[in-house]
Design a protein around this ligand. Sequence first.
Ligand code: PML
Ligand code: MG
Ligand code: MG
Ligand code: MG
Length: 253
Amino acid sequence: MEKLFSIKMRSSKEGIHISGAERIVPEHQVEEVVGELYWRAREHSRGEADFISIKVEKLKEKPVYLKAPPIYELKTELPIEEVLTLLFRRACIPENLGLSIYSLILRGASPSGRVMRGAMIVEVPSGRRLEPDRERGVRASYLDISKEATRKLKKSAGDRFTENLKEALTLTTKILNYPGVLGELCVSDDPDYTTGYFSIPKVGYFRIFNLKPKGFPFGGRAIFVKEKINVEEFIEYLEKKPIIVSEVVGYSS
Ligand code: PML
Ligand code: MG
Ligand code: MG
Ligand code: MG
């Protein structure tokens, strides 16, 4: 089999993060994808980057191929807290804990009141925060979605497809696939991207429009886990284990 490479890009302007993306591709696509990520960094809507880092690295282990959860678009007149309450219950997360984490994300969850670059890890039911670095959080890495799965996702999501959806689905598929994870809540930190989600292993990715007000600069991710999860191993999995989403189930609206 052809060798696989991880390619990671991050860009910033005057020290402030603008964009980031990563891929896992066979050797013959490396050059092309490096170019794509370069242009993605250059043309980002948040502004022109003055720093772009692109890292190319041969994978040391074979990726795990995973199936994404089904996507359900939630259309409801209910207040957002009520929608979340129903989802938290489905995931066996006490609603008070879930809702307090949601409001923490909206306030800027790091100790200094900024957006965390990575996710917080929240133990259920204690609410204890397990991520070692509360300022940064934990970032899942070494992930991608296959061309075939992307094609299927685009086809089933139709005009509801966005690049953010694709990347979020890939990321949460990795997160949900670790034993002991109960769910993940994500509010975009992009001021104009108001769609977020709550995902539950073996149940689905519940896509929620207007999870925050338009123009709102805060956002973040919380991974809810069972007590007694081995945090070091979980973080090692999130940060290092390569995964590729090779199957998507579909999009229901
Ligand atoms: C979606 O379902 O449209 C993705 C929601 C999360 C986006 C997170 C981000 O890219 O900031
Ligand atoms: Mg998922
Ligand atoms: Mg972001
Ligand atoms: Mg984003």
